[in-house]
Design a protein around this ligand. Structure first.
Ligand SMILES: C[S@@+](CC[C@H](N)C(=O)[O-])C[C@H]1O[C@@H](n2cnc3c(N)ncnc32)[C@H](O)[C@@H]1O
Length: 264
């Protein structure tokens, strides 16, 4: 489908269809980087234990926004969190169900993960019911931040944490439209960045200042923004070509925002 057609469709419908069609082959191609036993940020395979972005999650109520096959939530639940994992794609949630069954068979106990099919921009998950809301290239990339960030804040308890990973606005400016080869030149507009259509799906990003103004307008405090880097030994990953890895060793390609809803 060309991007002139995708730009006419509501992004949630388009992404639901895209992820339903792609779920099976996506997991065949990326399962190495989506472990269900170690909580791991996906693109560089960075263990949560290394970045400590989520804070203390043991015994906490956690919601994953755009969970895919819920691998991250399953790994967190195996480590002691109580997780709810929501995704717009029923195929992705069906896969999560299978992975939960496998984890139960292996552990002799079912990890505490509730799977929900739904849109993170308009979900009916209850107010103030989670200590941590997070997304690893899920809602954080494919839903409209002007809609999903306020929703996440609504679901968080006072003192709760919102953590998410995505590509950086800098990477987006250096990625020619419709191409996977990233250059050392800025070839796309930075100002006005918001909805970014490619030929298959719709994703979103904002200029750095717009992210900060969005967080502040939702009452969030900024704790940190981590620009993760591939380890020296990484040449290629299930997500990134050698060209993209080489770029990311020089410039920030991935950001993990850590935000807090004030306690009172
Ligand atoms: C790249 S997957 C991310 C999941 C997982 N962390 C991973 O790396 O596989 C992106 C997910 O976001 C989901 N998604 C996109 N838009 C959504 C929305 N509005 N509400 C809920 N989920 C959404 C897609 O269905 C897809 O499963």
């Amino acid at each position: 489908m060309d991007s002139s057609r995708t730009s006419e469709m509501p992004h949630v419908d388009l992404n639901e269809r895209y992820w339903d069609d792609y779920a099976h082959s996506y997991h065949l191609g990326h399962s190495n980087q989506l472990p269900t036993d170690v909580p791991t940020w996906s693109v560089w395979g960075t263990p949560e234990a290394e970045v400590g972005a989520l804070g203390d999650f043991v015994g906490r109520d956690v919601v994953e926004l755009g969970c895919g096959g819920a691998q991250f939530s399953i790994a967190l639940a195996r480590a002691g969190a109580r997780c709810t994992a929501i995704d717009i794609s029923s195929e992705q949630i069906a896969l999560g169900q299978r992975l939960l069954d496998e984890a139960e068979a292996a552990d002799g106990a079912r990890p505490d993960v509730t799977l929900v099919v739904g849109d993170v921009e308009t979900s009916s998950l209850p107010d103030a019911s989670f200590d941590i809301a997070f997304s690893d290239y899920g809602a954080s990339m494919f839903a409209d931040p002007l809609r999903w960030v306020p929703e996440a804040v609504r679901m968080l308890r006072p003192g709760g944490r919102l953590v998410f990973s995505s590509t950086t606005p800098l990477l987006e400016t250096c990625l020619p439209k419709g191409e996977g080869v990233v250059s050392d030149r800025m070839v796309r507009d930075y100002h006005g960045m918001h909805r970014l259509d490619d030929s298959r799906a719709v994703y979103f990003n904002l200029p750095y200042g717009a992210w900060i103004r969005l967080f502040r307008s939702c009452g969030l405090d900024i704790v940190d923004m981590i620009e993760t880097r591939p380890a020296d030994s990484i040449v290629e990953t299930d997500y990134r070509t050698p060209n993209q890895v080489a770029w990311a060793k020089r410039w920030p390609a991935e950001m993990i925002w850590i935000l807090e809803k004030p306690a009172g």
